[in-house]
Design a protein around this ligand. Structure first.
Ligand SMILES: [Mg+2]
Length: 321
């Protein structure tokens, strides 16, 4: 039997109508936030100008060590090639079995920015404001954990006019959508809908989200509902934050969010998985291998303990490249 998808698109939470309603940022320095953060993402923007130590790529170059063995060919000592990625303290932030140095370092850098911004600049909203935004969600199984998934650059990529797209479709209001679907998405939803109650949480518009979710879950039996931009908290500098506390009466120990933008789950860093952003790589394996991680997490008493131990996001704050 096909379950009816329940959307939250009609909930009219008027966010950001006045400065008072926006969640304030705690400035690190008087000019820090505006100068350090700049939107460059299709939905909420990645804090992109946090002061970072310039990457020292040479630290991660493959190094060759002289073999201690006396065995040699033609007078040339054998060398052992070290697996520098496996040894990297944040290798776990990419789930796929293969990655490049450039991809790994870029992802770690973006994630560090998000974590640092969340830990040092985000100030949570008032209880009263939060209560106004809370929604009841239709949980079928109180024992089953909840998986919240971002859309853009996590499950799909909306193409620009210059990019070739895998899929084209029109929204109910006539808007043409051109997008790519991340490899293993169907497998991902298929597997995890057994272990989790799955919802989408996007900072994009309702009509856009509905059209995409209808496409990726055509039988409406994997995704239970959609949270959209209206459900985000908007910071004064224009970032949309997905505060998981808007799910009324849901214990945070039972919620995981997967999002390519770390600051999106900045109020609950330990509930989040900062997935590698995706646009068109047909060999991408993140969703495939994330399945294993999430199944293991679903068996834990508290997903925050599991994420803290496995991902070590807070350690990024003091990590120097
Ligand atoms: Mg995204």
């Amino acid at each position: 039997m096909i379950k009816k998808k329940i959307t939250f698109l009609n909930k009219k939470y008027q966010l950001g109508q006045s400065e008072d309603e926006k969640t304030p940022d705690t400035a690190l320095t008087p000019l820090s936030i505006k100068e350090q953060l700049q939107s460059d993402d299709s939905d909420t923007g990645t804090p992109s100008k946090m002061a970072l130590t310039p990457l020292k790529m040479s630290k991660f170059k493959i190094q060759h060590e002289k073999s201690k063995s006396s065995f040699a060919h033609g007078g040339r000592a054998l060398v052992n090639r070290r697996d520098i990625f496996a040894e990297h303290p944040f290798r776990q932030l990419i789930f796929g079995q293969r990655t490049t140095q450039e991809t790994l370092l870029k992802h770690i850098e973006y994630t560090k920015r998000g974590v640092t911004y969340a830990a040092k600049s985000l100030k949570p909203p008032s209880e009263k404001f939060l209560q106004q935004k809370q929604v009841d969600i239709p949980l079928k199984d109180k024992e089953k954990k909840i998986l919240i998934l971002d859309l853009d650059e996590t499950l799909i990529h909306s193409c620009t006019s210059k990019e070739k797209s895998q899929v084209q479709l029109k929204t109910e209001d006539g808007q043409l959508l051109r997008f790519n679907v991340r490899p293993y998405l169907a497998y991902f939803l298929d597997c995890l809908s057994t272990f989790y109650q799955i919802f989408i949480f996007t900072a994009s518009s309702p009509s856009y989200a509905l059209a995409l979710v209808d496409y990726i879950d055509p039988l409406e039996d994997k995704i239970l509902g959609i949270f959209t931009r209206n459900h985000c908290l908007e910071t004064k500098n224009g970032y949309f934050i997905k505060d998981l506390r808007i799910l009324r009466d849901v214990d945070l120990k039972n919620i995981i969010i997967v999002d390519n933008l770390t600051h999106s789950f900045g109020f609950q860093l330990e509930n989040g998985i900062p997935i590698l952003e995706w646009t068109d790589d047909e060999k991408d394996q993140e969703l495939k291998y994330l399945v294993d991680y999430l199944i293991e997490a679903s068996q834990c008493e508290d997903v925050r303990d599991f994420n803290r131990e496995k991902l070590k996001l807070h350690d990024l704050i003091d990590y120097i490249f």
